[in-house]
Design a protein around this ligand. Structure first.
Ligand code: UDP
Length: 334
């Protein structure tokens, strides 16, 4: 995008559905730094009011046509970023109804209201879970889409809906397939605060002798036997959304792309990196594999880098863990 076009967009409002959550709030911060005004629509069921610091908050449900119509009419956003979703793989297996209703039905209702307003671009939070068990890695975007749990299937359904809506109605969209989001705002104003917390890095930082971190699986076909993931700093995810927004506002189409670093780290490598940052051992114990964990999930990062002109800046493990630790040290949201 040319500089003159970026100036025109300065002060433009962007609707951020689920902007009070972990990745949504960091993206609002990045949007504000880039000159946009993020307007957050969030039920606050799992998001936090105090994470909404860079623009107005409308507390409400994206499936409520009246709430969404009012927000669109009042703020006239130039685009939508849609983060609102249930995100736990095990929970999606125990309660798929919750996941199909939250992640698919509510999104359909939201899109219905949006289509009646204007064809503004939608940037959608998708996931590496749409690939299922990778056949080859790093995973390129044309890898088969064979999700192995309801969570991944809900995200793939919305990807398909957005592709069809582009074809039929001209709705522009980008689906961003996140690998493992981690870390926190370096100023520790916002950070990761899931309840219950299930993600590796916050749990590693909380591990104690009485509650050691459980390492799930030591017999995977990886160099140290533990699972390998592509950890990406949440601030890098946020800057990718800003780049995606500039991109989709200057073009049209329906896109999907990975957001990862292209590098993998094992569970033991994460523990060792945390030990180096903490300057003490991290108590851990070895457990059997969980059913649901693929051995290796690493993104091919080439497409997002070339299309969006974006590169991760803070996604080395040391920086991710330092930032997560700073946030964990000062946050009361645990
Ligand atoms: N993991 C682990 N112990 C935990 C939580 C996670 O060994 O208490 C492993 C998990 O098996 C996976 C990696 O850490 O290989 C990252 O898990 P996380 O839940 O953070 O993200 P996921 O990849 O499951 O989306």
């Amino acid at each position: 995008m040319k500089q003159s076009e970026e100036k025109v967009l300065a002060g433009a409002k962007v609707l951020v559905v689920g902007g009070a959550g972990y990745i949504g709030a960091h993206t609002c911060q990045a949007l504000a730094k880039a000159g946009f005004v993020p307007v957050v629509l969030d039920t606050l069921e799992t998001g936090y009011r105090e994470f909404v610091q860079w623009g107005p908050l409308v507390q409400g449900d994206c499936a409520d046509p009246q709430v969404v119509a009012d927000v669109l009419a009042q703020y006239q956003p130039v685009a939508v970023l849609h983060f609102a979703a249930k995100i736990s793989v095990p929970e999606s297996e125990q309660n798929p109804q919750l996941y199909y209703e939250h992640n698919v039905v509510k999104t359909l209702a939201f899109l219905r209201t949006l289509l009646a307003y204007q064809l503004i671009p939608v940037i959608f939070s998708s996931t590496a879970a749409v690939y299922g068990n990778p056949i080859q890695t790093p995973i390129e975007e044309d890898h088969p889409l064979l999700p192995i749990n309801p969570y991944g299937r809900t995200k793939l359904m919305v990807e398909s809906i957005l592709a069809d809506y582009h074809k039929a109605y001209g709705l522009p969209s980008i689906c961003l397939r996140y690998f493992n989001a981690a870390g926190a705002d370096p100023e520790a104003q916002i950070g990761e605060a899931h309840d219950p917390e299930t993600h590796l890095i916050p749990l590693v930082l909380r591990a104690t002798d009485t509650h050691p971190i459980k390492v799930f699986g030591t017999d995977y076909p990886t160099p140290d036997g533990t699972c390998i993931r592509d950890y990406i700093h949440v601030c890098d995810l946020a800057s990718a959304h800003v780049a995606a927004l500039h991109f989709i506002l200057s073009t049209s189409g329906a896109y999907h792309m990975n957001l990862g670093t292209g590098e993998g780290a094992s569970v033991l490598a994460v523990i060792q990196a945390a030990e180096a940052v903490l300057g003490r051992p991290v108590p851990h114990e070895f457990h059997a594999r969980r059913d649901v964990d693929p051995a290796i999930l690493v993104a091919s990062a080439a497409l997002s880098r070339s299309v969006l002109g974006w590169t991760p800046q803070r996604s080395d493990l040391k920086t991710i863990i330092e930032d997560a630790l700073r946030w964990a040290g000062q946050s009361h949201l645990k």
